[in-house]
Write a protein that binds this ligand. Sequence first.
Ligand code: AMP
Ligand code: MG
Length: 321
Amino acid sequence: MPKQELIEIPKPLDQLTATEIERKACIGKIMTYTLKSLSTTFVNKGFQWLLPVALSQSTDPLWPDPGASIEKRIEIDIYGKPVRTTASMIIHKLVAASTAYPKLFILSPNIRIEKAERAKTGKHVYEFTQLDFEVRDATSKDVFALVEEAISTLVKDLKREMKSELTTLCRCDTLKAPKTPFKTYDRVDLEAKYGADWEAGISQETTEPIWVTNIPREFYDFEDFKTGKWDNYDLFLPQFGEVLSGAKREFEYAKILKKIERDQVKKENYALILKMAKEGRLKPTAGGGIGMERLVGWIAGVKHIAETQPFPRVPGTVNEL
Ligand code: AMP
Ligand code: MG
């Protein structure tokens, strides 16, 4: 990804030149192919495809997360009750995977009003879509295998079937189908090597997708209280950085409660999860969410992931559409 000052803010559709429209159309075709390929992989593996929700009392606290930079949270009243716009569907996934949908995925809307200073990072938008999935009784290893297969199949097939689009985008030769299994690094070792900004360090250095494990963050990711290690993971793409976050999840009441209190997250916003855990109805699951704009941005070789959006959502910019 080029330096911030070199990145131009992607323009809305009505302002594009003829060449830019051609490029936009190619990226659109790659997005369509990607959605088709990934959803087919998940459906063929027995996943239920859930439709998303946009308003709920409970949503992702996005805290504590070292990468979060939220300027404002959207909360409105409907029917006399406060609801929030979806920051992610993690809480919905935990409840759904524990009850009627043991293997599920959702193309979920994520609204995160990122600080305007993130306009030119090239990898932040304020509305995006995750292919969010969760599997009951799965381990981190199961998730690694699933994602690795899904992504390597996608890239292999794309290179065969979308040659002309990849050529227009100058990605035909540079996009390589990743070798599996992907390498795995512990965040502690990366911090020792690159310092606090290990995410930038490893993203710039790696030429292959890699997993990073053991990252302290939100209460719902599994933490071993004895060792202090987190059973969670991020997938990093060369240049682009984090494209997926996921984890084995907490399901025990005492641990969830302790972590919510430790993080000073509002307990009343997570009453349902706490109640289900207390009653033993929250099941062990593992899953993750793939940011579609970042994934397709990497495939298409864009400078700013908003180029993958028909209606760009660049932090600090509001267009009519
Ligand atoms: P998170 O829940 O913050 O770990 O986000 C999960 C995934 O969503 C990330 O790995 C990214 O692919 C994507 N993502 C998170 N924040 C943004 C953003 N502001 N713009 C675009 N994609 C994002
Ligand atoms: Mg993350």
